[in-house]
Write a protein that binds this ligand. Structure first.
Ligand code: FE2
Length: 213
């Protein structure tokens, strides 16, 4: 999908009513981070990454009851696992709301970038991983894990010379992000979404050679 600068500047205004002021600033920071990562890893899709970032949290302020209503309205199935991790709903429902209210941006790549930005999943595309990581490390984040992950990524990137080395830094950063998330969930005595475990495994596999059968 061809997304122009004009579309993006209009979209930055259209999303305002959907976001609390602080989350709007976070959203703009995710947009910038996604664009910066996109310039390195997916330069032909930078504007689509910007659009996905702008739309990724548009249902975040809805409470669980409203999230469930969105799920009914948009035909999104709700599993028992979802009910135990209600923070995960907003990623699914934001993708549903984009289809309904922002159809010009409802291509598969953007919808999947939004859909998987919270949990990750097995076999993430580069596009999905950029939206996910941009949300984690954008420059206004102050949570210590976010700051540490951002530092880890950019320190690694500064050392990387070839594209293969840059990709390896990205992969290692993804593993560390899931490690941090999973550790925090354990500390909170919270369930770990099975997609997050599958996502971590998939990135761990990329860092290792498989054992000989
Ligand atoms: Fe976010």
């Amino acid at each position: 999908m061809k997304i122009t600068e004009e579309m993006l500047s209009a979209l930055r205004k259209e999303i305002v009513p959907y976001l609390a002021p602080k989350r709007y600033l976070h959203t703009l920071a995710v947009e910038e981070e996604a664009a910066a990562l996109g310039e390195i890893y997916l330069p032909e899709e930078v504007n689509s990454l910007r659009a996905a970032a702008l739309l990724h949290d548009i249902t975040k302020r809805a409470d669980t009851e409203t999230q469930l209503q969105y799920c009914r309205d948009f035909g999104i199935s709700v599993s028992e696992e979802d009910l135990h991790s209600p923070k995960v709903f907003h990623a699914k429902t934001a993708a549903g709301l984009v289809k309904k209210s922002f159809p010009a941006y409802a291509d598969e790549q953007i919808l999947n970038g939004i859909r998987w930005h919270t949990t990750g999943h097995c076999g993430m595309t580069v596009f999905e991983a950029i939206v996910y990581l941009a949300d984690y490390i954008e420059a206004t984040r102050t949570f210590p894990d976010c700051v540490a992950l951002r530092q880890y990524f950019y320190d690694g990137l500064a050392e990387a010379k070839t594209m293969a080395e840059k990709e390896a830094v990205f992969t290692r950063t993804m593993v560390l992000s899931f490690d941090m998330t999973i550790r925090n969930l354990i500390e909170e005595n919270a369930p770990i979404d099975s997609d997050t475990i599958a996502a971590r495994n998939a990135y761990v596999y990329r860092t290792k050679q498989p054992a000989d059968a």
